[in-house]
Design a protein around this ligand. Structure first.
Ligand code: PLP
Length: 422
């Protein structure tokens, strides 16, 4: 029975159509696509631009202005990040400006040479496949496409990839050489891996002797709540399980200091580190030590990083609260959408009714609200249920963000009602 308090699907559709028409009428120009820090966040690191203020000598006496010295990166900077990334300092490389570049080079090196424990170059294999927990990060998928790596989707659970699926696949197929993992506050669903998932990833038998976990810990220190999530130490877990060379740990200061002008890190076993470092030495005479020096001076120590990230949180938390509040008000109880409430990181995952994500993104674009293309969270841009949308709330100012999420909710209501009425 229909009552005044529960409108029929056609009534819902009528009101959503009116709201959408009014939204389009407003001629907005709002953007919820890339997970970039806002200008106010970047201002937090303004002092970095004044450093190293005439100083150019590293702690070990290296003249940072010159080629020689610290090919693995400045020790004082590696000391700051070793604990934060859960990598022993001697096994941590501080490199260039982007962790994505280190992931690219790790793949390139595996294709062009033999990784420790491997039996041949990946380039000579007929087929190379990677497991891709979904939803995931589109640039990981782009790397796979660039190297001709077949992508095998694996569902995410609320404590990491579905390990029953992962174990079954990697134990049976020697062409599966790796898995992408964003283990803390994952992009886009904000999931942090449980200790049990980390343990199983480290210990599982793999048919490929040169299987690698690409552990992209991009959001290691990017908390949004007082519960500063800690994950298990994957490098130690791999070593304890007799698979010391299994994992490559990546991180960067892209969302700590300046995006694209920070410092990136790679940590792994001693064998992997000397493998990678040996090849890096062909690619470059050494990293940008001046940038590393100024980062070490600016951040000071691990506590300095934590304090700095608390200032980021002050700017970011209200934005994530706005997303939560507006979505709850507009869509709560409608059955038209569910969404994540992340405790850290940069993204909110919005799931709409099956078959509706592309249309929601299209309707939002009509109203001047740019969203990451639907499907971007899945390998080959193909979300088989066409339901997941990634929201990136960090960049817009609060009022623009509120407008954008309200507008997005209108589009979710419109497309959801269209589906229910059809
Ligand atoms: N990894 C993940 C999961 C990301 O979300 C991002 C940026 O959005 C990056 C890596 C890029 O990091 P970098 O700037 O160090 O290449």
């Amino acid at each position: 029975m229909t009552t005044a308090s529960s409108p029929t699907p056609s009534e819902l559709l009528e009101s959503a159509r009116r709201d959408h028409a009014a939204l389009v009428e407003r001629g907005l120009s709002l953007n919820l696509t890339r997970g970039k820090p806002s200008s106010r966040q970047l201002d937090l690191s303004a002092d970095l631009l004044e450093l190293p203020r005439g100083r150019y000598t590293a702690a070990d006496g290296t003249d940072c202005r010159n080629y020689a010295g610290a090919p693995q990166g400045l020790l004082e900077l590696r000391e700051i990040f070793a604990g934060l990334l859960q990598v022993p300092v001697e096994q941590l490389i501080a490199a260039g400006n982007a962790s994505l570049e280190l992931m690219h080079d790790s793949l390139a090196n595996a294709f062009l040479g033999t990784v420790p424990g491997g039996t041949g170059r990946w380039a000579d294999a007929e087929r190379i496949a990677f497991l891709c927990p979904v939803p995931g990060y589109d640039r990981h998928f782009a790397l796979c496409e660039r190297f001709g790596i077949e992508m095998i989707p694996v569902p995410m659970t609320d404590e990491g990839p579905d390990m029953d699926v992962v174990e079954r696949l990697v134990s049976a197929d020697a062409d599966i050489k790796g898995i992408w993992c964003v283990p803390k506050y994952s992009n886009p669903d904000g999931v942090s891996y449980s200790d049990e998932v980390v343990r199983r990833l480290a210990a599982m038998p793999t048919a490929a002797p040169d299987f690698r976990i690409f552990w992209d810990n991009a959001y290691a220190v990017h908390h949004l709540t007082d519960e500063e999530v800690e994950i298990a130490d994957v490098l130690a877990a791999c070593a304890e399980s007799g698979n010391p060379d299994r994992v490559l740990v990546f991180g960067s200061t892209s969302k700590v200091t300046f995006a694209g002008a920070g410092v990136a890190f790679l940590g792994s076993s001693p064998a992997n580190v000397s493998w990678f470092q040996g090849l890096a030495g062909k690619r470059t005479i050494g990293p940008d030590k001046i940038n590393q020096l100024r980062h070490a001076m600016f951040l000071g120590d691990a506590e300095g990083v934590r304090a700095h990230m608390r200032r980021h949180r002050e700017l970011l938390e209200p934005k994530f609260e706005t997303v939560e509040r507006v979505l709850t008000k507009a869509l709560g109880g409608t059955g038209l959408a569910t969404w994540s409430t992340p405790k850290g990181g940069y993204f909110v995952r919005l799931d709409v009714l099956d078959g509706c994500a592309r249309e929601v993104v299209r309707r939002a674009a009509e109203a001047g609200i740019a969203l990451t293309p639907a499907g971007a969270t899945h390998p080959y841009g193909d979300d088989p249920r066409d339901r997941t949308i990634r929201i990136a709330p960090s960049f817009p100012e609060l009022d623009a963000l509120e407008e954008a999420i309200e507008g997005l909710a209108v589009c979710v209501r419109l497309v959801g009602a269209e589906k229910l009425v059809a």
